[in-house]
Write a protein that binds this ligand. Structure first.
Ligand code: ADP
Ligand code: MG
Length: 254
C-alpha cells in the first residue's frame, strides 16, 4: 500500500533536501545551517536533547514554520510559501504529533476520510473503502464508528497514522508520536511504525525510543543546539558515537 507508482524499494534518490537552513525565534537561533537529505524510502530517526530543534526541523519540512535562510525542496520542488501549492505540498507530507489531534466531533472513519474527500477529491465510497483498509492495517477497524474519546491513546495515535496515510503522502513525519502514551501502549504504535518502515515509506521520526531507532532506522541524525552534530547508521551511532555531545547524550539514557 501507499506506494507511489514510481517507488523503488530501497531506492535512495533524494526526496527531501534541506540546504543551509537557518531559523530563528527572535534572538534564539534554533536551526543553524542545517543540511539534510532524506532519500526516497529512507527511515531517518532524529534524536537529541530537549530544545535542540527537532520539532522545528520537522515543522519546516511541511512549512508549519517558515525559514529565514536556506532552501528546502520536496521531490525537487521548492516549498511554496502559501496558497494552493502549499496545500498540495502539505498533503504530500503526512505528520503525526505527540498529541493525537483527531477531530473530537467526528467519528474515526470521518477523521480518516476528511482529507481525501476535501483535498484529494476522492469520492465518499472510495475514501471510506480506503479508510477501512488503513484502519484495519493499523488494528483499529472495529473502532471505525466510534468517536476519538472512546478510544485509548494508543488507538487514537494509530488512527492519526491511518489518517495521515489516507492522503498517500510521499513522506511521513513523526514528532515524538509515543511520548504522550501510557507505557503499555507505546509498542502498539511503534509496531505500526515499524511495519510502515518495512513497507518502504519514507519517514522522519523524532523519538526517544532507542529500541525503535536501532530496529527501524536506516540512519540516525543527532541534533544538539540547533545543529546536526552527527549522522550515522544506528549500529555505528549507538556503539561508537563520534561526537562528545552524542556520547554524553547516550550515556545519560542508560
Ligand atoms: P525539540 O523539539 O528538540 O525539543 P524545538 O524545535 O521544539 O526543540 O525547540 C527548539 C528551541 O526553539 C527551543 O529553545 C524552544 O523553546 C524554541 N521554540 C520552539 N518553538 C518556538 C516558538 N514558536 N517561539 C519561540 N521559541 C520557540
Ligand atoms: Mg520537540
Amino acid at each position: 500500500m501507499t506506494s507511489a507508482p514510481d517507488r523503488v524499494e530501497g531506492d535512495r534518490d533524494p526526496l527531501v533536501v534541506l540546504s543551509h537552513v537557518q531559523k530563528h525565534f527572535g534572538e534564539l537561533h534554533v536551526l543553524k545551517d542545517v543540511d539534510l537529505v532524506v532519500g526516497r524510502g529512507e527511515v531517518l530517526v532524529v534524536i537529541g536533547p530537549s530544545g535542540s530543534g527537532k520539532s522545528t526541523l520537522c515543522r519546516t519540512i511541511n512549512r508549519l514554520e517558515g525559514i529565514d535562510e536556506g532552501r528546502i525542496t520536496i521531490d525537487g520542488e521548492d516549498l511554496p510559501a502559501e496558497g494552493k501549492a502549499l496545500a498540495r505540498l502539505r498533503a504530500d507530507v503526512g505528520m503525526v504529533f505527540q498529541s493525537f489531534n483527531l477531530f473530537a466531533h467526528m467519528t474515526v472513519l470521518q477523521n480518516v476520510t476528511l482529507g481525501p474527500t476535501r483535498v484529494r477529491g476522492a469520492s465518499r465510497a472510495d475514501a471510506e473503502r480506503r479508510a477501512m483498509e488503513l484502519l484495519e492495517r493499523v488494528g483499529v477497524g472495529p473502532q471505525a464508528r466510534k468517536y476519538p474519546a472512546q478510544l485509548s491513546g494508543g488507538q487514537q495515535q494509530r488512527v492519526a497514522i491511518a489518517r495521515a496515510l489516507a492522503m498517500d503522502p510521499k513522506i511521513m513525519l513523526f514528532d515524538e508520536p509515543t511520548s504522550a502514551l501510557d507505557p503499555e501502549m507505546i509498542n502498539e504504535v511503534l509496531d505500526v511504525m515499524t511495519d510502515l518502515a518495512s513497507s518502504g515509506m519514507t519517514m522522519v521520526v523524532v523519538t526517544h525510543e532507542m529500541g525503535f531507532a536501532r530496529r527501524a532506522a536506516d540512519r540516525v541524525v543527532f541534533m544538539a543546539d540547533g545543529e546536526i552534530v552527527e549522522q550515522a547508521d544506528p549500529e555505528t551511532f549507538f556503539t561508537a558515537p563520534s561526537s562528545r555531545r552524542a556520547q554524553d547524550f547516550l550515556s545519560k539514557l542508560l
